[in-house]
Ligand binder design. Structure first.
Ligand code: AMP
Ligand code: GLY
Length: 438
């Protein structure tokens, strides 16, 4: 198949790696991509949020399928523009992508579909926000209504901090004050062709910057899959997934279909398993980053078959995707000062030796070639790359990931050393492989 992948992050690199690992050979192009993706497939320098440019590129390349990675192109209408050319596209139209782009829209769909979620109050003024905060009590949850690149949410015991966050985001639109949901988080990816759905295996993301879930929320600092504790709680992973399909994914997809805004692409269910049951904390309209980096390496079914079937309305005749039982973890390397104001342009080293560690591969995000020095890579953004490691156990996968990180360097680079520690059968506490470096 000829496939165009839009985006430039580690998620897109992971999607391309999965497509390239299939037995069937595909002709893949990425736009705009990054330095790591460019080592694997041709990259075209257009903006992935420009609907006309993306549609023009897809038509010119005569691709069979376009896969849209990030949310911004979806909300900007890239999928609509590609679909208008008659090209199959994995990714919802702008109207359905509002499920991620507008928390208010998402809440309305959830209410209409009877999907279990936390109670939320929408506030347009600081007074309304403060009243809602006091009604719910601590811990406080305040969310910006629109896309905020992972920075729109605060969860805090500090009322002043909650009010300040609300005040900041009220300058950009409404805010939502939500009931705090207590429990383990699960990211469940569900493929949808607008009517039928197929689930992937669940993953867990680490949202906070620092070890022990301290520090600010980020786009995600690491992930692992599968989740052994789900089987303990629900009997089997499948029992958990089935419950999510019945109570969350199918009602949501059918609600969108009945409103004339069918959702074609990936429904990312951000869930919390509370003592009272499974609750949705958010929907996203695309693959999660970094969860994709741990889910796709376990996928045995060819990814292209699934994405194409979703794009052309054929998921109903496929069987459930199969996954290996391998343990996969990913650790994100981020630039100094991420997430506030990352310092970029610094040299990144040791990647070759890191990729030589058994069971390890790298998914690049913000990497660019140094224009002054051939062969050197620079870190060009907040989340720089994902170190992905697989093993027969989480202990082995963790050892591999952190020994690969030990081969790398980036001045001021940040990463967590406790990714997947709670599922590590060997209970290993990793010491910072960069400790003691000058
Ligand atoms: P979101 O952008 O909605 O995914 O929120 C980012 C993170 O904030 C989530 O992954 C959770 O860790 C946390 N969070 C969001 N909403 C809630 C909630 N209602 N209760 C507890 N934690 C939440
Ligand atoms: N890792 C969280 C997200 O992709 O939204």
């Amino acid at each position: 198949m000829k496939i165009l992948v839009l985006g430039s992050g580690a998620r897109e690199h992971a999607i391309i790696t999965a497509l390239l690992s299939e037995e069937v050979t595909h002709e893949i192009t990425c736009a705009p991509g990054n330095a790591g993706i460019a080592e694997d497939v041709p990259c075209v320098q257009i903006s992935a949020t420009d609907p006309a440019a993306c549609a023009h590129l897809a038509a010119g390349l005569e691709v069979d399928l376009v896969v849209v990675g990030p949310e911004a192109p979806l909300v900007a209408g890239v999928a609509d523009a590609v679909r208008e050319q008659g090209i199959p596209v994995f990714g919802p139209d702008a109207a359905a992508a509002a499920l991620e782009g507008s928390k208010t829209f998402a809440k309305r769909i959830m209410d209409a579909a009877g999907v279990p979620t936390g109670r939320a109050v929408r506030a347009a003024t600081l007074l309304d926000a403060e009243t809602a905060l006091d009604d719910f009590g601590a811990p406080y949850v305040v969310k910006a209504d629109g896309l905020a690149a992972g920075k729109g949410v605060i969860v805090t015991h500090d009322r002043d901090a909650a009010v300040e966050h609300a005040s900041y985001w009220l300058a950009h639109g409404d805010v939502l004050i939500e009931e705090f949901l207590d429990g383990e988080e699960v990211s469940l990816f569900v493929l949808s062709d607008g009517h039928d759905v197929l689930p992937l295996s669940p993953a867990q993301d680490f949202k906070r910057l620092r070890n022990g879930d301290a520090g600010p929320n980020t786009g995600g600092m690491g992930a692992y899959s599968p989740l052994p504790w789900l089987a303990e709680q629900f009997g089997t992973e499948r029992a958990f997934v089935d419950e999510c399909l019945e109570t969350i994914a199918i009602p949501t997809i059918r609600q969108l279909e009945s409103e004339g805004t069918p959702f074609v692409g990936l429904l990312y269910c951000g869930l919390i398993v509370t003592a009272k049951g499974i609750r949705v904390i958010e929907f996203n309209a695309r693959f999660g980053d970094p969860e994709t980096q741990v889910v796709l390496p376990r996928l045995v079914t060819p990814l292209s078959d699934l994405l194409y079937a979703a794009a052309v309305g054929g998921l109903g005749v496929l069987s459930r995707p199969e996954f290996s039982s391998d343990a996969v973890i990913t650790v994100v390397l981020a630039s100094e000062n991420y997430p506030d104001d990352p310092i970029t342009g610094r040299p990144l080293g040791g990647l070759e030796r890191a990729s030589e560690v058994e069971g390890v591969h790298l998914a690049h995000a913000a990497t660019t070639a140094d224009p002054d020095q051939s062969g050197t890579l620079l870190a060009s953004g907040g989340r720089v790359l994902s170190v992905v490691a697989r093993g027969t156990s989480f202990g082995q996968a963790r050892q591999r990931a952190y020994s690969a990180l030990g081969e790398m360097w980036l001045e001021g680079g940040q990463f967590r050393t406790d990714i997947a520690q709670k599922v590590d059968e060997s209970h290993t506490v990793i010491t910072d492989p960069w400790a003691g470096r000058s």
